[in-house]
Design a protein around this ligand. Structure first.
Ligand code: FCB
Length: 454
């Protein structure tokens, strides 16, 4: 069977073919129309935090060029577009007074998408916490969870008539760990207790927001997006197996277990050296049923324990393949199949899954106005195939969103890492379609076009 025949057989006609983005990475216009500052404005403007001290001040200028970008999506033929709302554009102080001009931007964006028959999918939090809330403790303060639920309800009151698919948080692991323990991301804190407190209040905020949104409308699909990565032990030794189990808890189960079992993994506090401030009541609301689970998949991990001790922490990451992206991440497409099948076996109440991000950075070169990104095409086709293999094993996957429509501000890496299928010339803001764009367009077209009779 060719890949195309396989997709025709396995994918439902309602399968979502999309692209993903996030506000701070593409919008720019950070001081326009009354937008408040976010933790990423402060973090990226602090010297030494991002490569070449780059910031999202201008990014892809999408705030002004959104209609051109929606046109690109129309040309691409995607059925869905996942973007995030910048919380401080709506609520410059994080709560209370909503900013009309900020709301108007998303109103225009949603209407333009719908006019072009592209279904909008909104992420409420993709890491740009209003700075005003950070000054009061940010995600380490439980009040932020209440503020988030109010903001979620506000967005539903505003867009809920047209936007039906909502994601509360993008990758809480990054908010907790990169933001509060390694400090590579905003707000740049490096403290274990801060990380587990933040992780817990993010989950509480997810639950409160979900309840508030459901109380307002019954026709919404609500989920959360986790970055997950399967872990393989390097060899059959006991140490490698223990290292893999610990790494799995740290990467994946830290968030999966509370959401789908209602408790944190037992060894979590031993691994992180801190205890989440969880009450039984919190755990009860955190595990409420979801309409879907969003998964961002980029790579898998092969690990072993350090040679000098018994305790497998930190574990040692081993590159298991010569195929690596420009991020240095090993390319392991079969990890996606394993991840999905394992999840389904491990969590009986797993909701339908949507791959909300998948893609790769490569060192793209523009030649005669073209970008021949064959590595990226291979990465994407291998991963879509791995997804189909999971479907063949009975996993309910409802969509695939490529990261990302266009090159953008890649957080601590600034503009050095290009994930787009559209090349952005940051000096002129010119958009150049890469070969992968044409490839993805062709794929979507052939999968969506009616099957040819035998
Ligand atoms: C994910 C983020 C996204 C982007 C990709 C490359 O972790 O959700 O914003 O940076 O990685």
């Amino acid at each position: 069977m060719t890949n195309l025949e396989k997709y025709h057989t396995l994918l439902s006609p309602a399968f979502q073919w999309g692209v993903s983005s996030s506000a701070y990475q593409i919008e720019g216009a950070v001081t326009q129309d009354g937008r408040g500052q976010s933790i990423w404005d402060i973090f990226s403007h602090t010297r030494g935090n991002t490569l070449n001290n780059e910031t999202g001040d201008i990014a892809c200028d999408h705030y002004y060029r959104y209609s051109q970008d929606v046109n690109l999506m129309k040309t691409l033929g995607v059925t869905h577009y996942r973007f995030s709302v910048s919380w401080p554009r709506i609520l410059p102080q994080g709560r209370r007074e909503a900013h009309v001009k900020g709301l108007a931007f998303y109103d225009r964006l949603v209407d333009t998408l719908l006019e072009n028959r592209i279904t909008p999918v909104v992420t409420l939090y993709h890491w740009d916490l209003p700075w005003a809330l950070q000054e009061k403790g940010g995600w380490q303060n439980r009040d932020t969870a209440d503020a988030f639920a109010d903001y979620a309800a506000l967005m539903v009151s505003f867009l809920g008539d047209r936007v039906k698919q909502w994601i509360t948080h993008n990758e809480p692991w990054c908010t907790a760990y990169l933001g509060h323990l390694s400090g590579e991301h905003a707000p740049g804190i490096q403290e274990a207790q801060a990380a587990v407190d933040a992780s817990h209040y993010v989950l509480v905020s997810h639950a409160l927001a979900t309840m508030a949104m459901r109380a307002m409308r019954t026709d919404l699909n609500i989920g959360i997006t986790l970055n997950l990565s399967p872990v393989y032990p390097q060899d059959t030794s006991q140490e490698s197996h223990k290292a893999a189990r610990w790494q799995d808890i740290f990467n994946n189960r830290w968030f999966l277990d509370p959401l789908f079992i209602g408790q944190y993994p037992e060894e979590l506090s031993e691994i992180l050296g801190a205890q989440p401030p969880a009450s039984a009541q919190d755990m009860e609301i955190i595990r409420q049923p979801l309409d879907f689970l969003g998964i961002n998949y980029y790579s898998a991990q092969v690990v072993t324990a350090p040679s000098d001790g018994q305790v497998p922490w930190p574990v040692v990451h081993i590159k298991s393949t010569d195929r690596v992206s420009a991020m240095g991440w090993p390319v392991i497409p079969q990890g996606l199949t394993k991840l999905l099948v394992d999840l389904q076996n491990h969590y009986p109440n797993l909701p339908p899954v949507i791959i909300t991000e998948n893609g790769a950075a490569y060192n793209d070169i523009v030649e005669d106005g073209k970008v021949h990104d064959t590595d990226r095409i291979l990465y994407l086709s291998d991963h879509i195939d791995a997804l189909a293999n999971a479907l063949a094993q009975g996993v309910n996957v409802q969509g695939y969103y490529l990261w990302s429509l266009m090159d953008n501000f890649e957080w601590a890496w600034g503009y050095s890492k290009r994930f787009g299928i559209v090349y952005v010339d940051y000096r002129t803001q010119e958009r150049i379609l890469k070969d992968s764009f044409l490839w993805y367009r062709q794929l979507i077209q052939s999968v969506l076009s009616p099957k040819t009779p035998d």
